[in-house]
Design a protein around this ligand. Structure first.
Ligand code: PXP
Length: 253
């Protein structure tokens, strides 16, 4: 029996604060201090102060935004509930086992993509995913599989003993203003129901914004939403505290 909070939790993905820093300071040799800005770790603390329940970062193989030092500093901050998105590689597995974040989310990674496109195919990559999931479970690190809302993917996550899944909401978000929206939303609802019935904790993320949240929040059994781009974008106009507070209240009106 899984204890779920009454409110949907908000994990803020701060990758794009690091994208902004890297746009100017990629070759600075430092990740913060001096004139190197913005510092994503400082932003993480402000998100938490404004009501974020956790902080999510994706340490990519090409280090295009978040750097290893950012993850080290976040992991060292005891107040931060850190969710580390990572590819199923031996190097990332070793780093996660060393840092022991609160949770890891296994994601696909390809060098050409601008952002994560599509869920991790846990059926195709079952051996690799099983190895990482087993290692994390043994270390007491909660493991989430970022998967499309497809019955065979969810079934495989159950088989591989992932305690959590994160349903990929990207296809739904892309279809939001098109005819396919209803069908994509129905897939998410069915996926959440299937996963919950199998005992999985259900998270969701990708492409969630201040408009589609009104419908996203009605997906049944939601534990946590991981939201990045829309919150960081809004913060440029309103500041991060307002952006976090408003999203949290739209998630839990
Ligand atoms: N969840 C996962 C697994 C992701 O890869 C991303 C994008 O990095 C997000 C959530 C957040 O997506 P967005 O930035 O579109 O809110």
């Amino acid at each position: 029996m899984v204890n779920l909070p009454l409110m949907i939790l908000l994990g803020v993905n701060i990758d794009h604060a690091a994208t902004l820093r890297q746009a100017r300071y990629r070759s600075a040799g430092a990740t913060h201090g001096g004139s190197v800005e913005p510092d994503p770790v400082t932003l993480a603390f402000l998100c938490e102060k404004a009501g974020a329940d956790g902080i999510t970062v994706h340490l990519r193989e090409d280090r295009r935004h978040i750097q290893e030092e950012d993850v080290l500093r976040l992991a060292a901050a005891k107040s931060t509930r850190l969710n580390l998105e990572m590819a199923c590689t031996p190097a990332m597995t070793a780093l996660a086992l060393k840092l022991k974040p609160h949770s890891v989310c296994l994601v696909p990674e390809s060098r050409e993509e601008i952002t994560t496109e599509g869920g991790l195919d846990v059926v195709k990559h079952r051996d690799k995913v099983a190895r990482v999931t087993d290692a994390m479970n043994a270390a007491g690190i909660k493991t989430s599989h970022f998967i499309d809302p497809d019955a065979d993917q969810i079934e495989m996550s159950v088989k591989l003993k992932a305690p959590w899944i994160e349903l990929h909401t990207g296809a739904y978000a892309n279809a939001y203003h098109r005819a396919g929206r209803k069908g994509e939303f129905a897939r998410l609802v069915a996926g959440a129901q299937q996963a919950h019935a199998a005992g999985l904790v259900v998270n969701a993320g990708h492409g969630i914004n201040y408009v589609n949240i009104a419908e996203v929040r009605t997906i049944p059994h939601l534990h946590e939403l991981n939201i990045g781009h829309s919150i960081i974008s809004r913060a440029l106009f309103t500041g991060i505290a307002e952006a976090v507070r408003t999203m949290k209240s739209l998630m839990n009106p």
